[in-house]
Design a protein around this ligand. Structure first.
Ligand SMILES: Cc1cc2nc3c(=O)[nH]c(=O)nc-3n(C[C@H](O)[C@H](O)[C@H](O)COP(=O)(O)OP(=O)(O)OC[C@H]3O[C@@H](n4cnc5c(N)ncnc54)[C@H](O)[C@@H]3O)c2cc1C
Length: 535
């Protein structure tokens, strides 16, 4: 078997893995290997922001998981896209940049994650980004990841923002600053006209370094251990099994699905489950794969009149004009992400921070088909309870590394998530019910005016909702018996093994999850250098 040796082996070149590879290789004395199951990120649709529609179910650049059909979400197998490419999910995502609420991180700290309060993580949020707006106290000016405001804003987006203000939501100039509440235009990760992922930013600079080796189409199949020490990994590349020995550490950055799955098939996980699947137990760690939390959304769609929405811009002559505009000026509809404006609001009085995100898109999709545009002008708002209490699991079904794990999100199983969803629905309807919006409104087409009572809204959400593709928490950080990693992200009970990605979040954040995942990787890189110095 081919064997190579490195100081640090990182498994997964996604949002977090690319940051770690870049930061660790800044120190020329660290020999770093980055393994990625997917190919390079050369596909042009990755780089054109509006290319998301091509990536959401791409047969080669996406793992294309589906969730297990569950009664709480209408017994449907829901699509669960995850990037399988350099840049991971960050190379196929909606590019919306949301840090989360300060209280999210203070709650992590309260839960036992010492060192992860808002004051602790703010320097890393600032370190990662380069943004020209907002307040210096909160925003970073010279980090590797560009954050920009939309420079082309459709009238439909302005209409939503004005309508939300009429409905009582204050205009917030920077929801990533001191205050998150209110209605705001979106910020996104774009450099010039192109997507800015951790692959095209952090990793592009680092990949020239002689101490960083990147292996693509390299699927890790096992974490190797000797007693309770991790020694390396095996992986399969072009049908050949290879091995890497890690003299310092193995870091698993395979994401919320991949990380617990790789641990479990390597014998690290809940012993009784592993035994039931014929997997030899190396280390009994009950929390691996549990505590799954995802953002689940339902959508209100309106048909509108007297304005152009993305539905029209992506058809016929207008489409050709937008393509020319993109290449000639770097502006226009091809530079858009999915969400052009949003509202952060509360489901009830007295909450310390918003628990609802309303995500506005100046487009509408055919019923049940994400990103398949309707043939008349339309807009939509996705309603997202941002701090759901429902928890699910991701569990290996077989020792075979290529058999997908069973994904049980358990959406809306906690009654409080239903309450928040209904409250969010009512907020969105208030916005669409304003006199400002009425000037352009034709009708609510989904769910429509036959859905009114709380029971009807709940039924609609359960049977028509979908994932917002933000799973977290399956290798959670903490000190309780369900925790998988400690506050330095080291796996409890195994030396030389860390997990650094969205799976370590003990609780999800108020908003989209890419920015907090990158923050976690920035902080982990510093902790690893500190640990190296003190060893
Ligand atoms: C369609 C979509 C839209 C989204 N929109 C947004 C958005 O607009 N804004 C936002 O903030 N967030 C968004 N997200 C969520 C965000 O992208 C993720 O939270 C974030 O990318 C998670 O980063 P990660 O490092 O944990 O995992 P990932 O980025 O998924 O990286 C994991 C990597 O590990 C690799 N891997 C897995 N298993 C193995 C193995 N065995 N061997 C080798 N490699 C392996 C994978 O191929 C992948 O490259 C979206 C996600 C999706 C899928």
């Amino acid at each position: 078997m081919t064997t190579i040796t490195a100081d640090y082996v990182i498994v997964g070149a996604g949002s977090a893995g690319c940051v770690l590879a870049s930061r660790l290789s800044e120190n020329g004395s660290n020999k770093v290997v980055l393994l990625e199951a997917g190919p390079s990120d050369h596909h042009p649709m990755i780089h054109i922001p509006a290319g998301l529609g091509h990536l959401i179910m791409h047969p080669k650049l996406n793992w294309n998981y589906t969730s297990h059909p569950e009664e709480t979400s209408g017994n449907r197998a829901l699509i669960w896209p995850r990037g399988k490419v350099i840049g991971g999910s960050n190379s196929i995502n909606g590019m919306l940049f949301v840090r989360g609420n300060a209280t999210d991180f203070d709650n992590w700290s309260q839960m036992g994650c010492t060192g992860w309060s808002y004051d602790d993580v703010l320097p890393f949020f600032k370190k990662m980004e380069c943004y020209s707006g907002g307040d210096d106290a909160y925003r970073g000016r010279s980090g590797p990841l560009p954050v920009v405001d939309y420079d082309t804003i459709l009238p439909a987006t302005h209409l939503f923002v004005e309508s939300a203000q009429e409905a009582g939501f204050l205009l917030n100039k920077d929801y990533n600053g001191r205050v998150q509440d209110g209605v705001a235009y979106s910020q996104m990760n774009r450099r010039g006209r192109f997507r800015a992922a951790t692959a095209s930013t952090y990793l592009t600079k680092a990949r020239k370094r002689p101490n960083l080796r990147i292996e693509t189409r390299a699927n890790a199949t096992q974490i190797l251990t000797e007693g309770k020490k991790c020694t390396g990994v095996t992986y399969i590349q072009n049908g050949i099994t290879k091995r890497i020995n890690a003299s310092r550490e193995v870091i698993i950055s395979s994401g919320t699905v991949g990380s617990p799955h790789l641990l479990q098939i390597s014998g690290i996980g809940p012993a009784s489950h592993l035994q039931s699947k014929g997997i030899k137990v190396v280390h009994d760690l009950t929390g691996v794969g549990s505590n799954l939390s995802d953002h689940y959304v339902s959508r209100i769609v309106h048909r509108v009149k007297d304005m152009i929405t993305i539905n029209e811009l992506q058809r016929g002559l207008r489409r050709i004009r937008e393509i020319i505009r993109f290449f000639a000026t770097g502006r226009g509809a091809l530079t858009f992400g999915v969400t052009s404006a949003q509202v952060f609001c509360k489901s009830r009085e007295g909450l310390a921070s918003p628990d609802i995100q309303l995500l506005f898109t100046p487009a509408s999709y055919v019923v049940g088909k994400f990103l398949k545009f309707e043939d008349h002008p339309g807009v939509l708002a996705a309603i997202c309870p941002t701090r759901p209490s429902s928890r699910g699991s991701i569990l290996a079904q077989s020792p075979d590394p290529f058999t997908y794990p069973l994904i049980r999100p358990n959406y809306l199983s906690d009654p409080d998530d239903v309450r928040v969803m209904i409250a969010g629905f009512k907020h969105a309807r208030r916005i669409f019910g304003t006199t400002t919006f009425a000037r352009y409104d034709v009708a609510e087409t989904q769910p429509g005016n036959q859905v009114n009572t709380d029971k009807e809204i709940e039924h609609f959400a359960r049977t028509m909702g979908s994932s917002l593709y933000h799973p977290v928490g399956t290798c959670k950080m903490g000190t309780d018996p369900q925790a998988v990693v400690n506050t330095r992200l080291q796996v409890h009970g195994i030396n030389g093994l860390r997990i650094v990605d969205a799976s370590v979040m003990p609780q999800t954040t108020t908003g989209n999850t890419n920015a907090p995942t990158i923050m976690i990787a920035e902080k982990a890189a510093v902790m690893m250098q500190e640990d190296k110095k003190s060893s």
